[in-house]
Write a protein that binds this ligand. Structure first.
Ligand code: PAF
Length: 283
């Protein structure tokens, strides 16, 4: 695996790796890699002959008072994991490579509407930061295919919309969430949990599963499912940002004829904000 830090060396190595028309898959990350990320790398390997990963903790997607400084940075561990996962090229840029004119001066990309609901309503500017950095990374790497974890369901949909709206020649693939055996979705932020909080954390996914099951079997409405899940989460000790049943394809509120849903939640345990979601069909 080749590790590069500058745009110039990224482009040089990409030109060589791409020669002969090889297909390039790209997985952008913020590092502190876990089995969920490595699953993305494996899927990338199935999709293309060349796998490129990036590690960059993007300041533009953190709000004031959020965990940008505390975000876990584990470059040595990450490099070993990516090497073992068969990644060909790792891009680990400094801020000056990503935002050469400074982050305040950076041209931003924003998908209106979808950026402002659910997590966007609680983290103003977060998704503009995400689409801005992903757009920049796509332009630098020029991948044929890019892979995103569906744990960040709203992020994945936003990247799909951005790529479609801007006519980007890249295929976006959403990859299923990887979970610990007790159901907790893998996330770099799980490291923040105390042992007690870690014991409670799987109840987030359990509440989503229970809401889905009650919608399916007891024919309760989306609103009733949300209320039940919110009650269960509060009783377990979570501080809720939201729990919401939405249409899969665009995260709009469900309409009577809709059959494909996703229930999404964001909730705090102590100082840790956890998000999760569950897609399901309703007969
Ligand atoms: O999901 C993430 O890790 C980040 O939001 C991403 C896509 C790497 C952009 O910084």
């Amino acid at each position: 695996m080749i590790t590069v830090e500058t745009v110039a060396s990224l482009k040089e190595h990409l030109a060589r790796l791409r020669s002969g028309g090889k297909r390039v898959a790209f997985v952008p990350t913020m590092g502190n890699l876990h089995a969920g990320h490595l699953h993305l790398m494996q899927e990338a390997r199935r999709q293309a002959q060349v796998v490129v990963a990036s590690i960059y903790v993007n300041p533009l997607q953190f709000g004031q008072g959020e965990d940008f400084d505390a975000y876990p940075r584990t470059p040595a561990h990450d490099k070993t994991a990516l090497l073992a996962a068969g990644v060909d090229l790792l891009f680990m840029p400094k801020e000056s490579e990503i935002y050469p004119r400074g982050r305040e001066a950076q041209t931003c990309v924003e998908v209106p509407g979808l950026s402002d609901i659910l997590c966007g309503a609680f983290r103003p500017g977060h998704f503009r930061g995400v689409t801005t950095v992903v757009n920049r990374l796509f332009n630098l790497v020029a991948p044929d295919v890019a892979l995103f974890g569906k744990k960040d369901y709203q992020q994945w949909l936003l990247v799909c919309l951005m790529a479609a709206d801007l006519g980007m020649p890249v295929e976006i693939i959403g990859v299923d969430t990887v979970r610990d055996p007790d159901g907790l979705a893998m996330s770099s932020r799980n490291h923040y949990l105390t042992p007690d909080e870690r014991n409670t954390a799987p109840r987030l996914y359990a509440a989503l599963c229970a809401a889905r099951d009650r919608m399916r079997h007891q024919k309760i409405s989306p609103a009733e499912a949300e209320e039940g899940a919110a009650r269960a989460l509060k009783a377990a000790g979570f501080r809720l940002d939201y729990v919401s049943v939405r249409r899969c394809q665009d995260l709009a509120l469900p309409q009577p004829d809709d059959r494909k849903f996703v229930i999404l939640a964001a909730a705090w345990l102590g100082r840790t904000r956890l998000i999760d979601n569950l897609e399901f069909e309703w007969e």
